[in-house]
Design a protein around this ligand. Structure first.
Ligand code: AMP
Ligand code: ZN
Length: 138
């Protein structure tokens, strides 16, 4: 299913032009319009799923297989020093386009993003950690 108001549906379908670096029946991989690093790209499924909660397991698995293939190929071509995969779900997690996508982020020793890609570590009490553990396991 496609969502007629969704920009990534239109890009994935080829209705809006994009710099496509890979395409098959299920996915299109495009260069991000506002790249965080040189070569930042996005894996878009051609079907509309808002996020990880909605995407079928098999499509998610295929997206990860493609991410692995893309990471290897992009690393070779761009001669980057490392690679991040990122995938945001919900506004609280930084999602701005509500069509599932996976970020492919080639990383370079001096790419100016070292701090941005790290997160702050919380200082939680033993009780707080235990409460979370209980929620996750009981
Ligand atoms: P997220 O914050 O995970 O939802 O990521 C959305 C990403 O899509 C951002 O990195 C944007 O720069 C990128 N983006 C938004 N519109 C376009 C577009 N028309 N073509 C390519 N990338 C886009
Ligand atoms: Zn869509």
């Amino acid at each position: 299913m496609k969502d007629t108001n969704c920009i990534f549906c239109k890009i994935a379908a080829g209705e809006i032009p994009s710099r496509t670096i890979y395409e098959d029946e299920q996915f299109r991989v495009i260069m991000d319009i506002s790249p965080a690093t040189k070569g930042h790209a996005l894996i878009l499924p051609k079907e509309h799923y808002a996020n990880l909660y909605e995407i079928p397991e098999e499509v998610a698995a295929d997206a990860m297989k493609l991410a692995k293939k893309m990471a290897s190929e992009m690393t070779q071509r761009l001669e980057c020093d490392g690679f991040n995969l990122a995938q945001n779900n919900g506004e609280a997690a930084g999602q701005t386009v509500f069509h599932f996508h996976m970020h492919l982020l080639p990383r370079y020793k001096e790419d100016g993003n070292q701090e941005k890609f790290a997160w702050n570590h919380l200082e939680l009490s033993e009780d707080e950690v235990e409460e979370i553990y209980q929620k996750l396991t009981k």
